[in-house]
Design a protein around this ligand. Structure first.
Ligand code: AP5
Length: 222
């Protein structure tokens, strides 16, 4: 079967993490979530985590040199037979570094999956998002846990991410528009961009992505 080398693009709160959890199960792909990895480093107070902390808490991007090395090492270690990258690349510099790395391995990207949602939807979603320390995601109104403040899956307490405060959400959106949106054109020009309407129901978005990936796989075999 042909390998799937996928990246998830989109504004904060578009549903990248939510869809990634489903796609991992569907395709058994190694998942590399940049935000999760950086939060683990922050939590364990590694050198990288300490360097990344202030950027993340302010809603800024962590500098390319720190992120590129961390993610490309992971791709080499875990992504030999395919991967699902969530939150990387986020700058043109990161896109070019990924393209060079794959070329060096004699591989190429299968698709850039762009989940789109307008700013007002993102703000409503992230203001109500709650997460447990294992990364399971809820929404206080749209997808509440069975018992308030407790994760259904592992019983851990649910908290609000530090960068989900209203001011920081606005900053993250501005960062996305300025630094990550240009990647749409970058991948469109290379024929790799696939767009999905992130305002649709979670299952509808998932079905649409799965159908698109099934078509891409068929085309690769022709
Ligand atoms: P990261 O953790 O990657 O955050 P993000 O991209 O801002 O994305 P989010 O996790 O906030 O949103 P999501 O799209 O995954 O939405 P979710 O599925 O949770 O990055 C955090 C920080 O790390 C960055 O700000 C930066 O500082 C740093 N960083 C990361 N990558 C970097 C890089 N490459 N370079 C430099 N720095 C980097 O859904 C959100 C909510 O909506 C949930 O409550 C969910 O239940 C709900 N929801 C989801 N889908 C739907 C739907 N279809 N309908 C209704 N509700 C929905």
């Amino acid at each position: 079967m042909s390998e799937l080398n996928l990246i998830l693009l989109g504004p904060p709160g578009a549903g990248k993490g939510t869809q990634a959890a489903r796609l991992r199960e569907d395709f058994g792909l190694p998942y590399i979530g940049t935000g999760d990895l950086l939060r683990e480093h922050k939590q364990s107070e590694t050198e990288l985590g300490l360097a990344a902390k202030s950027y993340m808490d302010n809603g800024d991007l962590v500098p390319d040199d720190l992120v590129i090395a961390m993610i490309l090492d992971k791709v080499e270690e875990e992504g030999q037979d395919g991967f699902l990258l969530d939150g990387f690349p986020r700058t043109i510099g990161q896109s070019e570094a990924l393209a060079r790395e794959l070329e060096g391995m004699g591989r190429r990207l299968t698709a850039a999956l762009l989940i789109e949602a307008p700013d007002e939807v993102v703000i409503a979603r992230l203001s109500g998002r709650r997460v447990c320390s294992a990364g399971h995601v809820y929404h206080v109104e749209d997808d509440p846990p069975k018992h308030e403040g407790v994760c259904d899956q592992d019983g851990k307490p649910l908290t609000r991410r530090k960068d989900d405060e209203p001011e920081t959400i606005r900053k993250r959106l501005a960062t996305y528009h300025a630094q990550t949106e240009p990647l749409k054109d970058y991948y469109e020009e290379r024929g790799l961009l696939r767009r999905f309407d992130g305002t649709r129901d979670v299952t509808e978005v998932h079905d649409h992505i799965r159908a698109t990936l099934a078509t891409l796989r068929l085309e690769e075999r022709l």
